[in-house]
Structures are given as C-alpha cells and as structure tokens.
Design a binder for this molecule. Structure first.
Ligand code: 6A9
Length: 789
C-alpha cells in the first residue's frame, strides 16, 4: 500500500506547480493593472487579429478571399505556408500601440494597420484600417471579400446590428473584462475623402464550440447563391457566408449550464480594389472620447506613431548612422516588427508525463506572454528560442522582456522543470501532430533566458536610474527564488557521471531507427552525438550553458545581496579551461567534443521483408530503413565538428589567451569545414553525417544548414575576443568583420528575393529554407547590423 501511495504522490509532482510566490501578480495582465498592454495583436497564428491578455479573451480577426478566381475557395485566415503568399509580416510594430503589416496575395496587396487609444477602464479603443490595392495594372482589378469577425471564448455575449437586410453594421457586446463595447465596421471607400464604393454584404451570426473551429465554420457556411452586380459591369455569382447549421449532436443534447458554445459574428464585404475599410472597437467605459478614431484622425495618429517608431528605432539601433541604406533599414524594422507583432498571449494546459505516470496528465492552466519562432509553423512558445528573442526585444522594450521571462518562470513545477514547448489550449494544440504534444519532465532545453537576464543586468548597471532599467531590480528580487530552483533543476537532473560534467536527458529511445538518435532537448535536434545513448555521455554544449548560467546566477545573487559564493564557485569550476580540456578536448579532432559510447560505423539499410513467391509486393509492409552498426561502439570522443564543438568559444568560456582559440578560428574559417559565404554551417562538410538523413522521413536539419541564433553567438563572441587583449585578438577582429558581413548580407538579400526571413539558410547557396516567415532568432540579424551584443 505504501508503495502505491508513494507512487501516486510522485506521479502528481509533475503537475504540481512550484510553491514560491509567482513573479507576476494574479491580475498583472488585466486591463486595470496593465491597460496599455491589454489589447494587442496577440494572435500570431492568424494573419490579422487582436485579443486581450486574458485567459478567455474576446478575439477579433480577419479572413479574406478573392472572388471570381480560377482556383477554388481560397479563404485565408490562419498563417499557412500552404497559402503560398508572396510575403507577409509586420513592417512596423511597437509592441504596444500600433502596427503596420503588408500582405502580398496573388494579384493584390493588403495593408493591415491598427492604432490603439487609451481611455476608460478596459484597455481603451482601437481602429483597424485595411487598404487593398491591385499589384499590376491588369484590366480587371480583383474583387475581394474581407471578413471581419468577433468571437467570444466562453465568456461574454454579442448582438449583431444589421442594416439593409445583409450588412452587419456593428456589433455590440458585453464581457466581464471588457465591460460593454461596440465594434463598428465602416463602408469601403477608395480614399480618405472619397464616398462609398459599390459593395455586397453578407454576414454570419452563429455560435462556435472553440476558437480552433472558426475557419471551418466559415467554410461550411459558404454558398454561391449570391449575386454581385456593380452598376457598371456584369452580374456574377460570388461566394459568401450564408447560414451555418452546427452539427446537431453538439448543442441540443447538453443541459444549458454545460454548454461551451460562444457567440461568433462575422461581417463580409465584397468589393473591387482599390479600397480602404476601417473597423473600430469602442470601449463603453471610455466616456470622454474627443472624436472617433477614423478617417483623417486615424491617418494623423498613424503618421504620428510611424514617426515615433522610426525615431526610436534609429535612436536604439542607429542603422542609418552606420550607413545602412533605406532598403536595409526597412528590412531591419520588419524583422523587429514581426517579432514584436508575433508576440502571443496563450492560455491553457500543457500535456505532460513523468516516469511515474502511466498516461500523460494535464498541467495546470497557465498563461504565457511570449514571442514565437514562426507565425505560420510554430506559433507558440519554445523555451530556448525565447532567450534569443528577448535579446532583441530587450533593446526595444525591456518591460516586454521582464514580462516574458516572468511568464515563463511562473510555469515551473515543484521540481523546477519548465516544459520546453508550450502548446497551451485547443487552438495551439490543433496545430501540432499528436506525437509532439506530450512534454516529459526529465527533458531540458538550453537555459537561454539567462542570456536575456544578462542583458537586463547590463542595462541596469550601465544606467541604474534609467526609467527602462529601474524596474529590473524589484523584478529580479521576485524572480530569484524561482530562478534558484530552475538552476538547481538543471544542476541536478542533467548532470553526468564525472564531477562537473553534464548530459542532456531525453534522447531518442529507439536507437536503431535513427542514423543517430536525436537530442531534441539540446535544441540542436539531429546534430550528431554519441551513437549509443548512455549514462556515460557528456555534452560540451550543456557544460557551457551551465558555466554561463552559474555566472549569471552569481551576478544576480550579488546584485540582490544574497549569498552568491556557491554560484561563483560553480562558475569558476565550470569555466576552468584545464578542467574543460580534460572533459571535452579531443586530441584527435583537435576540437572540443562530446564524449560517449560511440561508433562512426553506422548506416541506414533497408530492412529485408520476406515476400512469399507469387504474392504481390505491395501487399506487404513497406521495408523500413533501419540502422546497421558495422563496428561496435566504445567509450570515446564523438568527434563531430560543428556548432557543438564551438560552444566553449560561443559562450565565451575560453580565456582570451586560450590556444584552443587558434584551432577554433582555423576550423571556422575553413570552407571545407564550417565556413560559407553566408555564415557558419552547423556541421563540418568533412563530417560523415554532413547532410545525412536521419531516417527516410527525416531530412538533415542541424547537419549542415546555417542557423542564425548560433551565428549570432559566434559574431558576438568574435566581437568579445576581438576587443579583449590576447594573442588572438586581431584574428578574432578580422573574422568578426567577415562573418558579420556575410550573415547580414545574405539574410537581407534573401528577404529581398523571397519576401521572407527564414528558419535556416542553405550552406551551398545561401537560400532561405525551412519554415517562413521565421522572425524568431533569425531576426537577431538586426543586432548584428547594429553591432549590439
Ligand atoms: C513540429 C510541426 C504544423 C526546431 O524553433 C522552434 C524549434 C527550436 O527550438 C529547435 O531548436 N524548432 C529546432 O531544432 C522547430 C520545432 C518544431 C517542432 C514541432 C510540429 C507542426 O506543423
């Protein structure tokens, strides 16, 4: 009995939150406590939409489609690479009060702008302006339908106000958090001063069982029975929302008090380009509004905010002063803008598991204010991505960084673990294949939040009285108890067998299904590690992350007047260059390396499936590729030259006079190894696993392509060693210039050529590849342009 009791207690730990007081007060994101950040474009997964920073926010958004086109229904709503848009993304966004986005669809461009105005007790008002233009002077300007909607998420209610039978002119509503409000959809005009254009109107008023269902509800309601008949032109049938009948089993059979359906109201306007439409949200408690935020008032406000944005951008990053041209500056603003505009506010439960649980469990509900790597493909929080994101955002608005870190750290469980990938709520879950959803509590991810904390501390020490930095000290004070636990979690759960060595847990288990079992937890997924995962492994990248983290822990403790000696001692041991050599320097490779049970003699081979004579081949299971091991593994260095071997340099653990720097610089600069004209490739061209698939379905990822986060660390380290006395100073300074120029030029020219910033870059051609837009860490290019590290 005792054993069962213990086990069930242990099983609960994974879903038990850490008991220390939270960094954030329970209502810190509410309209009362943080009115200026209440409304925002916190739905990065849709092309255009806004919500509030609250668990069950009313959400607003836009869908659109082109009418009379050759292709079938081309409804756009959530950001999808499959839509093949030529480009989209925020060109400017201050993370607070306004944004300008440009979307290039087939034959037309939509500009989506918003401006917020404070007033009242519920986060104030906002206005959207959508401007549609055709791209070339084709004889027939495209006819486009825009659909504006508001959807409640279990709280609040809305009424539609319809005029002329089919035009949804406004929506009035009420919710606990917003009080009463009104959303008005204005008629399309060609310009600010022109009169209304011909347009057809439709609307939908229904209920939705969940936000992830909105697109489908609209699709199921579409009908072709409507006629578009402009005064001068032919009459044509067009596609519009009609009635929607919810699948009947959902609603009727449930008792009223368990219904989970919420109001969903949508306005469709169908009109020919060019045109402009404004939608305004007015808060009921904003009683002394001087005028409506529309037309010329809106234009003036927009102009004012753009001017302020441009001035602040130049003040902070100084790109014009550095001689960058208008195209490059515009690119940099878009990189920052889309990272800010891609910030989300998510709420819900992760699905987690420990060894004590037979089945995955639901983590407690939690909120996360975070940037996302990619609005289309990964519109959710990733732990180690966020540290990189905040390196950029902390320069723009350190309050964003403090709030993001606070949200992440408040998600910690009693063990000190934070789930690596945050898939919170149904909407987020609907985008992720089942096998990726469950998060395991032995799994880490690089503690890059320490990089962002380091930046906040530096800002504080360089200008302690500055208004931006001042809140950092009280913030750190609240953060510290949890930070200690977080650090301790890494320092106990990810240690290796030898003293002061570390090992990533959670490597792929089915060793023989992969050419080299992946280490997703390290962030470098398929980067080659020991061929046979075992407790003997030690990982040099994690060693360096711990050296960095212990150092920052010591600084924070000291700043707060807390005991810091133990952190300092850890930091000293982990940064001891001789000890590091003993653990990780491979004389054979003449580089730093992982160690473990390893063999290089492996290959993927097709399994031989027996097909009885005379039987059709296709009736038998497809022969998989499985790994063959040609020579038995033994304990040795892994000797895979690439990003992992650079870590002692990347995180500046090496002393400036370390002779190892010479080897590292030589390998970096060697085109047969890591050097390309576009940045450093992830794995040496000379490595046997260079550009090798891991399974037949798993293309090489961190086995050659160029990744900008690691390149940023390299440029930053070169800047450091190039500015520190030592025998390799000049070499570092020269490499710095070359590498920085290569990366900046390539990311920029790819943006110009393809319309996007990308997840990775091809090491042979420089082409952007993988998911896009990816204004996660690839946006660190801005810091390299600005030379701010
Ligand atoms: C796949 C597919 C709709 C992989 O940028 C986020 C992470 C990084 O943290 C990691 O270092 N990316 C890098 O190796 C993307 C991970 C995506 C995993 C989920 C599900 C969903 O398709």
């Amino acid at each position: 009995f005792y054993a069962i009791y213990m086990r069930s207690n242990l099983a609960k730990r994974v879903v038990t939150l850490h008991p220390a007081p939270k960094v954030l007060d329970p209502n810190s994101s509410s309209s009362k406590e943080s009115p200026k950040r209440f409304w925002g474009s916190y739905r990065p997964q849709v092309y255009f939409g806004m919500k509030t920073r609250s668990p069950r926010s009313l959400v607003t958004g836009m869908m659109w489609m082109r009418q009379f086109s050759d292709t079938d229904v081309n409804l756009r709503h959530t950001c999808e690479q499959g839509d093949h848009l030529k480009s989209y993304g925020w060109l400017m966004h201050d993370g607070l009060s306004f944004g300008v986005q440009e979307i290039q669809d087939e034959g037309f461009t939509l500009t989506t702008e918003f401006v917020k105005r404070m007033g009242g007790d519920h986060g104030g008002d906002w206005t959207w302006r959508i401007t549609a233009k055709q791209q070339s002077n084709a004889p027939q300007p495209p006819v486009i339908s825009l659909m504006f909607y508001a959807a409640a998420d279990t709280q609040g209610s809305m009424q539609a106000h319809v005029e002329d039978r089919s035009r949804l002119a406004s929506i009035s509503g009420f919710s606990e958090e917003l009080g009463s409000f009104k959303i008005t959809i204005r008629k399309p005009v060609t310009g600010e001063l022109s009169s209304a254009k011909y347009a057809s109107y439709n609307y939908l008023q229904t209920v939705s069982p969940g936000l992830e269902k909105l697109t489908n509800i609209v699709k199921l309601s579409l009908s072709r029975r409507f006629v578009y008949s402009p005064p001068s032109g032919e009459k044509r049938h067009y596609i519009a929302v009609d009635t929607y009948k919810p699948p009947h089993h959902q609603n009727q059979q449930k008792p009223a008090d368990t219904r989970t359906e919420s109001d969903f109201v949508l306005h469709q306007v169908t009109v020919q380009t060019p045109f402009q439409i404004e939608v305004l949200f007015e808060s009921g408690s904003f009683s002394n509004r001087p005028n409506q935020l529309v037309g010329s008032v809106m234009s003036e406000e927009l102009e004012k905010r753009k001017t302020e944005f441009n001035a602040k951008f130049e003040r902070i990053f100084g790109l014009e002063a550095k001689g960058f041209g208008p195209g490059q500056v515009k690119f940099a603003k878009a990189a920052l803008g889309n990272m800010l505009g891609g910030m989300g506010y998510f709420y819900g439960e992760s699905v987690v598991q420990s060894v004590y649980n037979e089945y995955p469990l639901l983590y407690p509900d939690g909120a996360l204010y975070t940037a996302v790597p990619s609005r289309s493909f990964f519109p959710r929080g990733f732990l180690w991505d966020e540290g990189f994101h905040q390196l950029l955002l902390s320069k723009w608005d350190p309050q964003v960084t403090r709030e993001s870190i606070a949200h992440w750290i408040d998600l910690m469980n009693v063990e000190g673990w934070i789930p690596r990938e945050q898939i919170l709520g149904d909407e987020a879950r609907s985008k992720v294949p089942a096998e990726f959803i469950v998060q395991h509590n032995e799994n880490a991810n690089p503690p890059t939040l320490f990089l962002a904390l380091q930046e906040l501390i530096e800002q504080l020490s360089s200008n302690p009285a500055g208004a931006d930095a001042q809140p950092t000290l009280p913030f750190l004070r609240r953060l510290f108890p949890r930070l200690k636990t977080w650090f301790e979690w890494y320092n106990t759960s990810q240690t290796g067998l030898l003293p002061n060595s570390y090992r990533w847990r959670g490597r792929d288990k089915d060793t023989n299904l992969f050419l080299n079992p992946k280490t997703l937890t390290s962030g470098l997924d398929d980067y080659p590690r020991a061929s046979h995962p075992s407790a003997d492994e030690r990982h040099v990248d994690l060693h360096c992350w711990m050296a960095l983290s212990s150092g920052i822990m010591a600084s924070i403790a000291q700043l707060l007047g807390e005991p810091h000696q133990d952190y300092k001692a850890s930091h000293d041991v982990l940064s001891d260059n001789e000890r590091l050599d003993e653990l990780h320097w491979s004389d054979q490779l003449r580089a730093f390396s992982d160690f473990g049970n390893h063999t290089q003699s492996v290959s993927l081979q097709r399994e031989k499936v027996y097909v009885p004579p005379g039987q059709p081949r296709h009736q038998f299971p497809v022969a998989r590729l499985v790994r063959s091991v040609h020579r038995a593994p033994k304990l040795q260095y892994v000797n895979a030259l690439g990003y992992v071997s650079l870590f002692p340099f990347l995180l500046q653990v090496l002393q400036p006079d370390s002779p190892k720097l010479e080897h590292i610089f030589r390998d970096m600069r060697d085109p047969k190894k890591l050097w390309t004209p576009y940045g450093l490739r992830s794995l040496s061209k000379a490595d046997p696993l260079y550009m090798q698939r891991n399974t037949e379905h798993d293309a090489p990822y961190w086995r050659g392509p160029i990744w900008i986060n690691i390149n940023y660390l390299a440029v930053r380290a070169l800047h450091h060693y190039g500015n520190t006395a030592g025998p390799y100073r000049e070499k570092a300074a020269a490499l710095y210039e070359e590498l920085r120029t290569n990366i900046v030029n390539n990311v920029f020219s790819q943006y110009v050529d393809t319309g996007y910033i990308w997840e990775q870059y091809n090491d042979g051609t420089g082409r952007g590849q993988g998911s896009h837009p990816f204004t996660g860490w690839s946006a660190l290019t801005v810091l390299m342009m600005a030379e701010q590290y």
